[in-house]
Design a protein around this ligand. Structure first.
Ligand SMILES: Nc1nc2c(c(=O)[nH]1)N[C@H]1C(S)=C(S)[C@@H](COP(=O)(O)OP(=O)(O)OC[C@H]3O[C@@H](n4cnc5c(=O)[nH]c(N)nc54)[C@H](O)[C@@H]3O)O[C@H]1N2
Ligand SMILES: Nc1nc2c(c(=O)[nH]1)N[C@H]1C(S)=C(S)[C@@H](COP(=O)(O)OP(=O)(O)OC[C@H]3O[C@@H](n4cnc5c(=O)[nH]c(N)nc54)[C@H](O)[C@@H]3O)O[C@H]1N2
Ligand SMILES: [Mo]
Length: 765
């Protein structure tokens, strides 16, 4: 047994401010109990929660973390339970609810209240005269949507999806777009891990991570960059705890001391729960400046090179570098030329700290690099990833058991939707196969991603926005501008489970279409249907809902997609929308035919415990890059912010955060328990030194203004000044409240992922 640390979980340790309890523990149970109390659906909820993430059960609709083959008794976390209970609410947003309030009146509700109206029960059409959503029949809805789509050029329509819907509905949605004649298939990952899809693909030939759960049982060190496990993928804390307990060393780089990466009380461990002992997760925790990871990793690499220089031939994996990679010399020359003083300034970390981290890297045979939005949502996100890949390649830490790179994905099926064809870039879509299978000519022209779709809405070249889940009006950058532009759309259609902000910015013709959720029973011709999804570690599982649907008028996502497609497209005997709606096995057969390497015998394998693995070329050191090798990336800058940070100290870097009490734009409540922040989301977090420097008082109300001067005014406030342990030079606050401050044009260079973690702002008192 390793000498990992267990310590008292109730009080703060010397260098940690008291943010309340450790991640997990009783606090997480209280968080669930609170939602239980609010949603009043206990017996049903207990039976559903018991099936969550178990083979043959229901796959959680919260995050994309793996579902192990041998699950815990309760294989769900606080946030998965919240997401499930939120969907199982007995509240109903019926036509009567919409008759009571006009859309203008609904806009006065907080997003939290809006979703609390409950599950949508009827298809609704916006009526401009009464400013209300009125019930319509499905056949009216489909035929008008079809007529509207037929009346526009295919490229004027955009089909967004938010990473939720199963592989079956997703495959058909992409097929519908292509049969209509466009590839405008942006997805939530355009605001999320698109940086990964584009850059990891260029660097190591795969658009996804290379690790599986087993690797976490064999790694000796884990380097964590900008991923908040305790809030966003809490079930991942279990393999992390197990890793620490067998001696794996964890090093974290994050501007915020996130509780879950500091310590964890396992709610399934009676001893830890009773005596209040927590497992320390990160051995070293470095509060890197936002955008400072390139510099931090440059420091780490310099230390590794110095160790090699001191003992040539013993530190780097020379055989691997020579036979499997390119670009080593150029990249290393650039890193060697970097100046320590600049590295310290940009990272906000000292050379000693980076040496300490490098020593852990060098002492470990197998290293895993983990990352999330802290690396992807920056202008120079490509280089954040490039430097992490560089660091790992130096010692052959990709394509070997116990090692690898592991982006942690967001939505439960965000990765899978891409796998089955929801892609605005057609590079990985077998268009020839589609042509052969369905007898139409799929368009080859690249479609619009989320940023390009927004540009099209602003300039009028996009006329229809269909949303398969999601809440774009809230999630997008430049929100105020986009919300104002939304009603200029000719057609808006939202396939949703609950009312949200996007529904309150109706286009000229606007529909809300109520769908079944993941927990709902979906029977077609009397036969219960399964849907499937893919997790962050590329495993695919079936999920079967059992709850009674909120109303007989809700249709499955697949049925809605098929209904719209049939009403839009000219008849084609190969496009059997009705048959596919009656039996999802048929759709899985299509997926298997289209992607035989990954999905052969899809129907036979989908209920396999732990899911079936679709494989990963880089894991096998089969590099599907332009060079045929893993590519080192030559750094061109030390800051991921992609801009001059100014010298007068007036421009601050804005980091937008998720709380423990939200799932993206769904706000469950106002308790950010793990950060010790309660009650108010309209806050500006800043450290006490900066408050003194800027003359700010705790609780003072301020406004934030964008510091990007392009003729657009971007302001949010009033925000309560809240002292918080952050590096200097930055402020933080919540997504989505602060989204109007991130300009559409401020995005990652290669993939256009909005740079939500680095926008420049000024504080106005
Ligand atoms: N409960 C819950 N679970 C979720 C979600 C949710 O909203 N709620 N959302 C889901 C989705 S769609 C996604 S994509 C994932 C998101 O999960 P994460 O990838 O964890 O995303 P964030 O919470 O946005 O930010 C991650 C961390 O980056 C840190 N950070 C900010 N800037 C920097 C930087 O420059 N460098 C470094 N090293 N760190 C930085 C922040 O302090 C934060 O801890 O979670 C998914 N799971
Ligand atoms: N400032 C800032 N902005 C961000 C981010 C950030 O870190 N900072 N993160 C970005 C990221 S990572 C992401 S992924 C995006 C998320 O952007 P989206 O995916 O567009 O937004 P969500 O909030 O996840 O979508 C919530 C809505 O989905 C609908 N929904 C829920 N369950 C279902 C279902 O089963 N089926 C259907 N059809 N609908 C359902 C509900 O109506 C709910 O209101 O936001 C991005 N925006
Ligand atoms: Mo995401």
């Amino acid at each position: 047994m390793a000498d990992h640390e267990e310590h008292d979980a109730t009080g703060p340790d010397a260098d940690t401010p008291d943010y309340g309890q450790a991640a997990g523990g009783w606090g997480s149970l209280k968080g669930v109990a609170h939602i239980f109390g609010e949603e009043r659906n206990a017996p049903l909820a207990v039976s559903i929660l018991a099936k969550l993430n178990k083979p043959g059960g229901i796959m959680c609709s919260s995050c994309a973390w793996a579902k192990p083959a041998d699950p815990h008794k309760f294989e769900f976390c606080e946030n998965g339970a919240k997401a499930t209970l939120w969907e199982l609410t007995p509240a109903r947003a019926t036509p009567e609810v919409f008759a009571e309030r006009s859309v203008t009146e609904l806009r006065d509700l907080h997003d939290h209240e809006l979703e609390k109206l409950g599950r949508l029960t009827h298809p609704l059409r916006y009526d401009a005269d009464s400013d209300r959503y009125l019930p319509v029949s499905w056949s009216e809805a489909f035929s008008e949507i079809g007529a509207e789509l037929r009346a526009m050029a295919p490229e004027e329509a955009v089909f967004y999806s938010s990473g939720h819907a199963g592989l079956e509905a997703s495959y058909l949605y992409a097929l519908f777009a292509r049969a209509m004649g466009h590839n405008n298939l942006p997805q939530s990952s355009n605001m999320c891990h698109e940086t990964t899809s584009v850059n990891l693909k260029a660097q190591i030939g795969v658009p996804v991570g290379t690790c599986t759960l087993e690797d976490f049982e064999h790694c000796d060190a884990i380097f964590f960059f900008g991923q908040n496990t305790g809030t966003n993928s809490p079930r991942f804390l279990h393999p992390l705890k197990a890793a620490v307990e067998r001696g794996c060393r964890i090093v974290t780089f994050n501007p915020v001391r996130e509780r879950g990466l500091i310590e964890f009380v396992d709610p399934q461990d009676p001893v830890q729960m009773t005596v209040g002992k927590a497992t320390k997760i990160s051995e070293e925790y470095f509060q890197v400046r936002p955008g400072g990871d390139i510099a931090a990793m440059a420091g780490l690499i310099k230390c590794v090179l110095a160790a090699e220089d001191a003992a040539p031939g013993t530190v780097l994996d020379h055989d691997f570098i020579a036979s499997e990679t390119t670009g080593f010399e150029d990249a290393m020359q650039a890193v060697r030329a970097m100046d320590w003083a600049e590295i310290e300034t940009h990272s906000g970390l000292t050379r000693e700290m980076l040496q300490k981290a490098a020593d852990i890297y060098l002492g470990a045979k197998n290293v895993i690099g983990i990352y999330g939005m802290g690396l992807t949502q920056h202008v120079e996100g490509w280089l954040n990833l490039g430097m992490l890949v560089n660091l790992l390649l130096l010692r052959g830490n990709i394509g070997r058991p116990g090692a690898g790179i592991s982006p942690v994905r967001g939505h439960s099926n965000v990765q899978g939707q891409r796998t089955v064809g929801i892609a605005e870039k057609t590079g990985s879509v077998p268009l020839d196969k589609l042509r052969e299978m369905f007898d139409f000519d799929p368009p080859e022209k690249e479609g619009r991603n989320a940023v390009h779709a927004c540009e099209g809405i602003l300039d009028g070249s996009v006329k229809a926005m269909i949303q398969l889940g999601g809440n774009l009006v809230r999630a997008l950058p430049d929100r105020a501008r986009m919300e104002d532009a939304w009603p200029s759309l000719r057609l808006t259609v939202s396939i949703a489970t609950k009312p949200n902000r996007s529904h309150l910015a109706p286009g000229q013709v606007s529909y809300i279409l109520p769908c079944l959720g993941r927990t709902d029973r979906d029977e077609q011709d009397g036969v219960p249907q399964a849907v499937t999804m893919e997790d962050s570690l590329s495993h695919i599982y079936g999920s079967i809902g059992t709850a009674t649907p909120p109303s007989e008028h809700c249709l499955s996502e697949l049925a809605i997609v098929a209904g719209m497609a049939e009403a839009t497209l000219p008849p084609n005997p190969k496009l059997r929308w009705r048959d596919w709606t009656r039996n999802y096995d048929l759709v899985r057969d299509l997926v298997a035919r289209t992607y035989p390497d990954e999905f052969h015998d899809f129907n036979g394998r989908m209920m396999q415990p732990g899911g079936f693995y679709r494989g990963n070329a880089a894991r096998d050191r089969n590099w599907k890059t332009d060079s045929g090798r893993a590519n080192f990336t030559t750094p061109t800058t030390l800051s991921a912010l992609g801009r001059d940070t100014g010298s007068d100290g007036a421009v601050m870097t804005l980091v937008t955060l998720r709380s423990n009490d939200q799932f993206n734009t769904t706000i469950y409540g106002f308790s950010d328990r793990l950060r010790g922040l309660e009650g108010d989301r309209m806050v500006m977090l800043v450290n006490r030194d900066e408050m003194a420097r800027l003359g700010l008082e705790e609780g003072q109300r301020v406004h934030l203004h964008s510091a990007i001067e392009d003729g657009v005014s971007r302001v949010v406030g009033p925000l309560a000044v809240t002292p918080f342990d952050l590096p200097s030079g930055c402020v933080a606050g919540y997504y989505p409240e602060l989204n109007p401050l991130v300009p559409l044009s401020y995005h990652e260079r290669e993939s256009q992922t909005p740079a939500y973690k680095g926008a420049p702002v000024r504080i106005v008192t």
